[in-house]
Design a protein around this ligand. Sequence first.
Ligand code: PGA
Length: 256
Amino acid sequence: MARRPIIAGNWKMNNNKAATKELVDGIMYGVSQLDASKMPEVIIAPSFTSLWQAHDLIRNESKIALAAQNVNPNPSGAYTGEVSLEMLEDFKVQFVIIGHSERRQMFNESDEFINQKAKAILAKGLIPIICCGETLEQREAGVTDEHLASQITKALDGISASDVEKSVIAYEPIWAIGTGKSCDSIEANRTIGEIRKVVAKLYSQDTADKIRILYGGSVKPSTIVEQMAQPEIDGGLIGGASLKADSFIELIKGAM
Ligand code: PGA
């Protein structure tokens, strides 16, 4: 069974109320012109403060799904500044990005915490987009594959095959994020193939064939077609190029 491609926009800490409206309206208009039967699964991940508004704007547009950029795995309680899955459910959030390198590096998130989040997200029937990626030092030291295997093995610890099949992984080399320097498509394809082998080893070839694995890191309208042509790359997790409707629509078209 072919894996349905995904184009996911990670807005990061961008877009106030006015900018959210402008961007969502632009994306809505763009997707209204596209043939739903050929479209990838389109996901936008606004910041928490824009989720309600984005949800309200897209409520009648089945071609766009919502993701959150983070979640706390605890159900409720004294976690100042955090947001729970129950809160996200109010906005019909279907995906949650976890393990992004910015959160691992700037907010000291551990593999164990990311695993707790993945389990909590799946227990609520939502889908985690589990990010992994190596630093430039790791790549130059030749330890990329083992580093990714470790991140993925820890993130999936204790999760059933049926939940893993539904999940999404995003391979995002840290040196390619926001740098304008995308990982070479052939190499991104090879690395994602290695991640799929890790899933096959932990579960089965069948599970590995079902999980969708995205590439992220300076994906642009000018790179997406070549990236999507790679058999292992099931789509993109896109930061900078997802912040303008025109370029996000070009990315969607590039995955059609
Ligand atoms: P970028 O970000 O497309 O701006 O490189 C990707 C990401 O961090 O998800």
